[in-house]
Design a protein around this ligand. Structure first.
Ligand code: ZN
Length: 86
């Protein structure tokens, strides 16, 4: 995951609430006749080159790049605080 701004390309209202969707591998043993799982091993996260990100506002899930690109297209500008006294 990159430390860069995200912006949901679907609802276009969320820049802060996301979740990372990861893949795990888990070894398992099945009973050949019944199909029952008889033994499982430890889960190991699979590190994706481009992780999947999900927006926690609208539920849209997509490649991290889509969220990064959207944030680049519509950058949040830091509006300077201007004095109204004068
Ligand atoms: Zn969204």
């Amino acid at each position: 995951m990159l430390e860069q701004p995200y912006f949901c390309p679907n609802c276009r209202s969320n820049r802060v609430k996301f979740q990372l969707v990861t893949t795990y591998t888990q070894p398992l043993m099945k009973n050949a006749i019944t199909g029952a799982i008889v033994e499982t091993g430890d889960t190991v996260p699979v590190s994706d080159a481009e992780p999947t990100i999900q927006c926690r506002v609208c539920g849209f899930a997509g490649n991290e790049q889509r969220f990064l690109k959207q944030a680049e297209k519509e950058p949040r500008v830091q509006t300077p605080t201007t004095s109204t006294l004068f």
